[in-house]
Ligand binder design. Structure first.
Ligand SMILES: *[C@@H]1O[C@H](CO)[C@@H](O)[C@H](O)[C@H]1NC(C)=O
Ligand SMILES: *[C@@H]1O[C@H](CO)[C@@H](O)[C@H](O)[C@H]1NC(C)=O
Length: 248
């Protein structure tokens, strides 16, 4: 009986999903001697190239693990592992981090300072339960997971009777704007029958644009992307509404 109870059952699920510009899920697995616990689903993002990289995963609501262990290493030097600095859901620094995330899940985060450029990394997030554990391995390269926070202070004002001035400020969390400038994309749609139209700015960094539009009520949003196209555009800023009155 002791032998059966002590027998450890190992399940390994190999996931090969190649998503352009995303961290790659390599392997997920569970080591259990009882019920199979859920494997953390880990997403990594670099919100300020090259120094601020965070990985996040939701805490399972019903059976939270006793603790997590998060380690990372260079793919070609896996013997050298470092600990990813854990931030619990609900702690004050975690509120700041998840302010930009739309998910209502309680998210765990871990922080990796000063990663090397153009280097493959592997992160192993292990959830430890009483008597069992389950891990999630993902692989990423910093350049593929760049995603700034949304631009802030978006304002839209009439420039004259037909034209609008849209202005914004870069995300304050993007620390090295001088070395790694951002470019922007504007999205606008009519409030009622809204087919969204977007407008790419660049290749030169600019924090404003003038648009000529027909009368009506519009919603404007802006996203920020690294100037050389690393990673993806930020989430959209919250919509700003403006009405262009009919002129006669
Ligand atoms: C990133 O952080 C490392 C160590 O903290 C520092 O040496 C490096 O200068 C930083 N990089 C930038 C671009 O600030
Ligand atoms: C992931 O980390 C856990 C805890 O440190 C370790 O026991 C496990 O062997 C690691 N898994 C892999 C595939 O490296």
């Amino acid at each position: 009986m002791a032998a059966i109870a002590g027998r450890v059952c190992v399940t390994v699920v190999l996931l090969v999903c190649v998503l352009g510009g995303q961290a790659l899920d390599l392997l997920m697995g569970t080591t259990t001697s009882g019920n199979s616990p859920s494997t953390p689903t880990v997403r990594c993002r670099c919100a300020s190239y090259p120094n601020v990289t965070l990985c996040s995963w939701p805490e399972p609501p019903h059976h939270p693990p006793t603790h997590y262990v998060a380690t990372y290493s260079e793919r070609h030097r896996q013997s050298v592992t470092k600990h990813c600095h854990l931030v619990q859901p609900g702690s004050s620094s975690s509120d700041v981090i998840s302010a930009s995330s739309s998910s209502s899940d309680r998210l765990w985060h871990c922080h990796m300072p000063s990663l090397k450029l153009l280097t493959d990394y592997i992160i192993n997030v292990t959830a430890v339960y009483s008597g069992s554990s389950s891990f999630h391995l993902s692989s990423f390269m910093l350049e593929d997971i760049v995603k700034p926070d949304p631009p802030v202070d978006v304002t839209v004002s009439p420039r004259d009777s037909k034209r609008l001035l849209v202005q914004w400020s870069p995300p304050p969390t993007w620390s090295h704007l001088d070395i790694f400038p951002l470019k922007y994309q504007i999205k606008y749609q009519r409030e009622s029958r809204g087919i969204p139209r977007s407008y790419n700015l660049g290749p030169i960094e600019s924090n404003w644009v003038v648009l000529k539009l027909k009368p009506g009520a519009y919603l404007f949003q802006v996203c920020a992307k690294e100037l050389l196209n690393l990673g993806e555009c930020s989430d959209w800023s919250s919509p700003v509404k403006i009405a262009i009155p009919r002129t006669r």
